[in-house]
Write a protein that binds this ligand. Sequence first.
Ligand code: PLP
Length: 454
Amino acid sequence: MNHEQLKADNAQYLWHPMAHPGAMKKSTPDIIAKGEGCWIWDVDGHKMLDGVGGLWACNLGHSNKPVRDAIVAQMDELPFYNVFRGTTHVRAIELSKRLVQMMQPEDVATVMFSNGGSDAVEGALKVARQYWKLKGQADRFKFISLRQGYHGVHFGGMSVNGNTNFRRAYEPLLPGCFHIDTPWAYHNPYTDDPIRLGEICAELLEREIVFQGPDTVAAFIAEPVQGAGGVIVPPPNYWPLVRQICDKYGVLLIADEVVTGFGRSGELFGTRLWGVNADMWCLAKGISSGYIPLGATAINRRIADVFDADTTGTASVSHGYTYSAHPIAAAAALATLDQIEALDIPGNAARVGAHLQTRLRKLVDTCSFVGDVRGVGLMLGIEMVSDKAKRTPMPRTSDIPARVAKAAYKAGLMVRISGPNLILSPPLVITREEVDFMCDVLEAAFAAVQEGRA
Ligand code: PLP
């Protein structure tokens, strides 16, 4: 393989999502060629620990054999069939049953499949609106969501997204979407007391519902722990209060678990972290360890019963993709779920994640430009600041985050930079020794940048 040619071809032919096309032409992104366990190799043969987990996705690492074997076996048995109304297939049936059983504590009744996280979110938003129409409350069409939240790239998801950068170019977005402040301990104008912050931000939800008119609000959607927004962990009282408020006004609660689902937070689902039940869960990424695209919207009994009981003939959900419940993806997911149980993936994320969080939190004291280190389980964000006292996020023009990432890369660790944040989301099979390696590399990288050596 001619690496220079690959780089030139990438610049000429490949339009990267979430990136400036011009910048991608000037500077080739890292070309990844191989993965094994928690490790990846770039096209030049440089070996790195995958601190990104593909993209919060490869929870079982890069070479899980049972998942690989399930995919190959499914290729031989039935590479594709659809689940539109006239047909179904064995793996889709098995996977839906398995997920419903896994989510019994959540009272999940049924699962609608799609191709990824954005699809799963879109499905939940559509089902929420349709649910209220079926119940004769068509006025309930509005959505409330959090600033800094990320819910994918479709028009519905973008409309509830809380990041201006992902919205501006596509406005006007869906009417009826409103955003409230995130309970963000490090950046908020309210208080340094986390429990008070949880109360205040829950109150903001209640005020918004009342302001909109409770009988016009379909659902509140949020991530149990915000991922792409910079790994923002809400105070422990926030979600229980949110659930109470949603119940008070009959508003549906949608948990976007695309990142937190299947163990990353140290619990199987992020809602379990907070001891609350949602009405719908958006699932993707870890459901198939990222090996094959798959999304799922898990729907609780309260909603499913209304659709089942419909006598008007309007309960058919127009959210079917050709590849919904693709057999190969379903086979990969079934094997992934087996592995999640057999390897106690949430338990490992909790145990080694606690070690990761403890070690890296020390960077706040040792590094002059680390303002905040936050996270839970195996999701962690390191926020870089230009002024520690004022908590000013590192400006976009600063080269410091990129320098840290480059120093880590050279020393054998792939990380992800998002604005002022360095984000870690390694595979959930990572060992304590591998976590120590990640921490050693990062401590050295931050020190080298601080001292002007990198
Ligand atoms: N929701 C959340 C919370 C996500 O983090 C993401 C992607 O990172 C999505 C939705 C969109 O998922 P996808 O990129 O698979 O469409």
